[in-house]
Each structure stands twice: as C-alpha cells, then as structure tokens.
Ligand binder design. Structure first.
Ligand code: AHR
Length: 507
C-alpha cells in the first residue's frame, strides 16, 4: 500500500458551496411523490405529518434537503397547478404522465401540500413550470398565486386555501427538457417562447429567479436532438439574455452496466461517467461566458443528475436488453453509486463559482433515491449516507486539494481523491478511495494549526453491497480513526470507500 498525500490549499478559496448544490428532485413519477413522500392525511397505518410519511421526513430532515424541485421532470409539462389546490375531494383525477407511464393522478399532493413539505424539511422550493401544455397566463397566475402580496383574487384564493402569507417561491423553471419530452422545440423556437414567458413572469414578480431549459453537451445517447442548443438559445435571446438567471442541464450516468451485477471494468466506467459531470458543467460555463461576455451572470442549474441503471430505462446503453418488463423507474443503489456520488460532489465544489444549483434525481424510491420505502418499512440507501457525509461542506468555502498519489488506477489517475472546505467549524475533508480492491493510506497536509480531528467512514465488503428492507444497515457510516502525522493527519481507507474528516481549529 503506497501513501497518498493530500495538501489542502487554505489560502486559495474557490468559492462558497451553496446549499443549493445539495438539492433534490421529487417528480410525480412512480412511487416517488405518491407513496414515497405523500400518503395522504387520511392514512391510518403509516404515521405521517400533514400527509407526509414521518419516517421519510425524519430521514430527510437529517440529510439535510436544502432545495427541492417539483413536480417534474417531464410531468411538469402536463401539470396544471389549479388541479392541485382547494378541497382534496373536489380536485380532478387526471392522467398522470411522465416518461411513458400513465396513472390515475388525484392531485391530492398539490401546491400547498408541496410547500408545506418544504417547510417541514427546511427546503427551498423550486417549482417547474408547464410550457409544453400550459400557457404564459397559467404560469403567470401560478407565480401570482404563490408570491403576490397585493390583495388580488388569486392572493385571496391562496389565503382561503390556508396560506394568507405569500410563499415567496424564488426559483421557477420555464419548461423541462423542452428539446424532448417538454415539446420537442428547436432552440430558436424555445428562445422565443422563453422570452415571452420570462418577460411576463418578471412583470408579476421581478424577484423570481428564472431557469431556462438548456442541454448537456455533448449528449451522445439522444438521437435527433439539436446540436449546440445552449449556444443557439443564448444567441437568439440577444439583449434579452438578462431574463435568464440559470440555465438547466441534466446529466445521468448510464455507462456502468448493470445495477448490482457489474464487473470491475463497469465499476470504473460508472465512476468515470460520474467524474465527467464536471466536464459537462465546465463546458456549459464556457458557452455561457462566450454568450454573455461576462456582462450578465447566468448560473448553471444541474437540476437532474445521478445514476440511471439499464434495469430502469428502456433507452441508452444496455437499456433495451436489460430494462425490466414492468418499468417503475426503481433501481438498486450500491456502494458503487455512493462512491460515484462523492466523485460528482468533488466536481460540484470545484465548479461552485459557476454551478448555482443541483438536484439529485430523485428523492424517494425512484432512480438514485436516498430513501426507499416498502409499505410501512423504510431504509436509507448508500447514496443517502454519501450525501450525509458531505453535510459539513454546505455553506462552507471550497478549497483546492493537491494530490501526490501513491496507488494509481489503470488510467494513471490517483486512486484517492478529495474535496475540502473551510467554515467557522474548521476544515472538512471528504476523501474517496476509488480503488476496486486496494486500501489506501492517506496523509492530510497543509492544515497546520488545526486541532481535534474526527472522522466518519462509509465502506462495504463489496462495491456491489446495497441496503434493503431485510438488511437496512449493510452500508452505513462508522467512526474513522484519524491519527496525527507530523503537522498533518493520517487515515486508512478501505477499497471503494469514502470518508469525511473534520478538523477543528486550535491544538
Ligand atoms: O427523472 C426522470 C426523467 O428524466 C425526468 O422526468 C426528465 O426530465 C428526465 O428525462
């Protein structure tokens, strides 16, 4: 086992790690919203608060969840907000549609319920507006209903429905994947629509932050989607580019083969795909910088990200062959997915000056869920624990980490990587040992003057290890021994693991 030395550069801050980078995404898709979060106020068997499962709430409160996007996804472009307000018994039952599923949707989880969920979680709401099948007026009305302090009929209606105070929702998505499920627009057409929507929305609430639909590029798995979408959209907006606060991109990792039964090669392929998220963000930042010439700040909203295994999708690599015959968008979540999450978050921290928000897809039961439910049972996935390990970084200042590596991966890169941040609580370092089967001994340097150290480790006997209803704690954090090593510290990391070390100031 060769040593790796990490040097934290405390005097070269990158920027603030906004809590918005630790956002989540709840779509009306499969068992995410209905069943996973919402069981309804009439539920008798499963304990709940205001209709939301208490066990799930408690787990999410501890994570934490600083930002929550809703109601889609593709679902958003079919969603009519008026269906989800007023007495539950008089709400219409609609065709709930997203990603090819069609279900009965009783609209019992609507605007007030969602915003109550955000309150319970301490999350900032991010509402995805319907451009695909809605209208400028409909979205303007939703914004007025939520945010207006002027005593309009819509504001009175909000009050009559239980919320006299404006909700003050800042983040509004104008469409979702409008180059695909959200209407198959081309970039110029979307730019014209966005300009109209954004102009009118700004009249209603000039403080709303508007998120336009962008495209992650390059995007090798989608046929027929226009190249250079972001460039064309920004160019077409011309002087109206100021209407855009954030440009949304989505990035799903699809290159890792099967969800649990993957090979060593596939293990690394998934980790590389997770690492590529940063390059996509960087590329998007370059396109934005070219278009704005630095005269207007547009943040990147990575408002869907995470792993999407072939068992849960009929498209993309191995999707046609491996997708389950009944698609639920549910998939296994392993130690490998936790390591991949840590890798992506390293990139988020490095790009925190351009990446303004990010939402892991999705929060409960669907895709890379942090919490799974089965009837009254609930368990936490390895991804949950990976995110929880990052808690000390929220709101802290990201610091660069230099790596002098010991053991390398096949591609010559370091097996060990890390991200660090500084806050009033000291310095936090999250380390990853990406190696499939080799442990790592790691020295942490550049932190002179720091005192007490504590650590938490997330590891498992196999990268394929997962939690389940029968074995909910197979992958769970344990205390990590952090020893002094000269002016620095030393930790030993098992293969395919991640850990957070917190160093407090003072000896
Ligand atoms: O998260 C599942 C789907 O993936 C979303 O509805 C859509 O935006 C994306 O294609």
């Amino acid at each position: 086992m060769q040593d790796t030395m990490l040097t934290i550069r405390t005097n070269s801050p990158i920027g603030t790690i906004s809590p918005r980078l630790y956002g989540h995404f709840a779509e009306h898709l499969g068992r995410c919203c209905y069943e996973g979060l919402w069981v309804g106020t009439r539920e008798r068997e499963i304990p709940h608060q205001d209709g939301f499962r208490s066990d799930v709430l408690q787990a999410l409160q501890a994570l934490p969840v600083p930002l929550l996007r809703w109601p889609g996804g593709c679902y958003a472009d079919h969603y009519h907000w008026r269906d989800g307000i007023g007495p539950a018994e008089s709400r219409p039952v609609r065709l709930g549609m997203s990603c090819g599923l069609q279900v009965e949707d009783d609209n019992s989880l609507g605007t007030h319920e969602f915003l109550q969920l955000c309150k319970l979680l301490g999350a900032e709401p991010y509402l995805a507006g319907n451009m695909g099948s809605g209208s400028v007026q409909e979205l303007s009305d939703w914004l007025e209903y939520c945010n207006s302090a002027v005593r309009t009929t819509l504001a009175w209606e909000r009050a009559a429905n239980g919320s006299p105070e404006p909700f003050g929702v800042k983040l509004w998505g104008v469409g979702n994947e409008s180059w695909g499920c959200g209407g198959n627009y081309d970039a110029v057409q979307y730019a014209k629509e966005f300009r109209r929507y954004a102009t009118m929305l700004r009249h209603v609430d000039p403080t709303a932050e508007l998120v336009a639909v962008g495209l992650e590029e390059p995007r090798p798995f989608a046929k027929g989607i226009e190249a250079e979408w972001n460039h064309k959209l920004l160019a077409e907006l011309g002087p109206h580019i100021k209407l855009m606060d954030h440009l949304a991109i989505h990035y799903y990792w699809v290159l890792g083969g099967p969800e649990t039964d993957f090979s060593e090669e596939e293990y690394y392929a998934l980790l590389d795909d997770a690492a590529a998220t940063e390059a996509v963000v960087r590329h998007t930042a370059e396109v934005i910088a070219d278009a704005t010439g630095g005269r207007h700040r547009i943040g990147i909203a990575l408002d869907e990200w995470g792993v999407w295994h072939p068992e849960a999708r009929p498209w993309g690599p191995r999707g046609a062959a491996e997708c389950r015959s009944v698609i639920t968008y549910e998939q296994a979540n392993t130690m490998r997915d936790a390591v991949a999450t840590g890798i992506a978050l390293e990139g988020f921290h490095r790009q925190c000056h351009v990446l303004t928000l990010a939402n892991l897809a999705q929060i409960v039961n669907v895709l890379q869920a942090v919490v799974m439910t089965d009837g009254p049972q609930m368990w936490l996935t390895p991804t949950y624990h990976a995110l929880r390990l990052h808690q000390p970084h929220l709101g802290a200042t990201a610091l660069p980490v230099d790596i002098a590596h010991g053991s390398s991966l096949a591609n010559g890169s370091s097996a060990v990587s890390a991200t660090a941040s500084q806050s009033n609580n000291g310095i936090a370092v999250t380390l990853i040992n990406r190696h499939w089967d080799q442990p790592a001994s790691v020295q942490i340097a550049g932190v002179d003057g720091m005192g007490t150290a504590s650590g938490q480790l997330l590891a498992a006997d196999s990268p394929r290890a997962t939690n389940s209803v029968d074995e909910p704690n197979r992958v769970a954090p344990v205390p990590l021994n952090v020893s002094r090593d000269g002016a620095g510290y030393r930790v030993e990391l098992p293969p395919h693991s991640l850990a957070t070390v917190v160093l407090q100031a003072g000896r």
